[in-house]
Ligand binder design. Sequence first.
Ligand code: SF4
Length: 678
Amino acid sequence: MTKVLVPTVCPYCGAGCGFCIAVEKERASGIEYMPDHPVSQGALCAKGNAALEILCHPERLVSPLKRRGEGWVSISWPEAMDLVARGLSQAKKKHGPRSLAFLSSSKCSNEDNYLMQKLARLLGSPHIDNCARLCHSPSVVGLNRTLGAAGMTNPIPDIASSRCIFIIGSNLAENHPVISRWIHRAKDRGAAVIVADPRATPTSWMADIFLQLKPGTDVALLNGMAHVIIKEGLINRDYIDRSTRGFEALAEAVKEATAERTAEITGVAAEDIVQAARAYAKSPASSILYSMGITQHSTGTDNVQAVSNLALICGQLGRPGTGVMPLRGQNNVQGACDMGALAEFYPGYKKAADPKTIQYFSAAWSVHDLPLGPGLTATEMIEAAAAGTIKAMYIMGEDPANSDPCSENVRQALESLDFLVVQDIFMTATAQLADVVLPGAVWAEKEGSFTNTERRVQWSHKAIEPPGAARSDGEIICDVARSMGLQFDYPHAASVLDEINRTVPQYAGITRERLDAGSIAWPCPTADHPGTPILHCSGFNLADGKASIVPVAFRPAAEAASSDYPFILTTGRVAVHHNAGSMTRRSPSLISREPDLYVEMNREDAAALDVQDGDEVKITTIRGETAAIARLGDRVKKGVVFMPFHFPGTNILTTEITDQEARIPEFKVCACNISRRD
Ligand code: SF4
């Protein structure tokens, strides 16, 4: 029997591990590891190993569907296109193009995202966004402002060269397990590891110094470390003078942030803060890795800027083993942002509010009347739908009814739309609210490029055909566009990448042909440029080539514990599930390992409530209530509880309060109560 090995990229996290799908008789028969892959080197975590389980899943959508009463009927593609074109056109005609909103998908390829944002803008709507809004929009705002580029500064394998690794707000041992292998490699070479997190996690087990801070006190901790570094003369004065601006203002801003004062706010011992600051500043090559524990706060942008400040005052950038590393959640969340599926940016981070951007893309796309932005963010679209100003939405590969905060309000907002079309691979909670559902293809059933968390662009090949009448997302978007009178002539993903090469300067040299020979890190401005694995080696893409040190003051989280809601709920991921769980909860080997929603509680808190391990409890916030299984231990401190967000119940509880700039919701802190369910 002939077996063909087709190289692809893992559909789950932003590490971007590679593997081959073995194809026999046109079916995926197994995974073959890729020992020469630059990141995974032959390894995959539990999720990657289970990736094929969703391909032939019996719940896959195999035909376009339209709502009839409380149920659904299968329809043909021409009828589906007619309904979608009519639904979007009617809203546009009656209420104007700004009554349309589009949610693109960080699960989809760069080409799919490029097409989706182009469709939105050519229809006259500036309202295009993706789920980066829920995970790393503060990295986009904060890193662009401080460092002039919204990406991880150094490649993943570079972590092995770090002599001190500071991990803050990231449980990467569970969420990006293959990245943690590089940390173990650094440890084997003698690197020190500092972990700051409100929970003790498998990541903190790697730590030499563990800073178990109170949820929402990251800025205080980072300012406290900056204070120690400045006070003890551990700054890199040459680097500050040569490469940065704004140091004096930071020094003034953190003058009172002594280790003792920081300890009072964060709950971390003063001597541990001092030790961590010294270890980070003194090492010849220190890196900072962070994730959603930094970004998912009402102070998310401040948190990111405080991370940059620490790296800049110590000169820990622009060399192997250094850097600021935002670990992206979804496999192509970096690429979806690069492609301009963002409210504030056209492709290549060209500001949507800048008339020059409109001129540039009007010329590139040979069109007039492109909308000036910024558009509404994903969270603002939901508010606008509830308020009646957004009338129709096109949602591709996203499940806001599960993944957005205060999910009961999200459902009501989506139900109030005149027209909702959802394109997905399963009947998600959001798809259940749609007028028309379009069946998409998963990564293995289509081709395209994906950009992982380290800006590495990889081509993923098509291994098998999609089931039934399902089609690739790019094909569907082109059909929708043509149904609405637009010229979208892209016969395959490579033809879209051709256009990306012409319109997105960072991707100019990342051609289809070159990706066959291997991955390339952007920026890659020309076809003979090797790509840029390490950013900021010779300055920053900001005024005078200097980075901006931006002082930030500590502000507490929006919600605090009270007598009615005495616990602080923080949410996050577990090793065997991913994001809203639409794929991992349907993956038999993964769901069998973690089948239920649980709440992790401190033993003393549980004893006071007469809750035993395994009891079903009720968790209540001012927004609603949900049930979960109590899991007791010492991973969280007294007064703090943790719930994974992969199950539908969690986001009934979370707050819709957002960071004022990046508009990310504060998933990491809300006040709740817990009681036994008898
Ligand atoms: Fe996939 Fe991420 Fe696991 Fe790698 S670490 S196999 S990319 S889920």
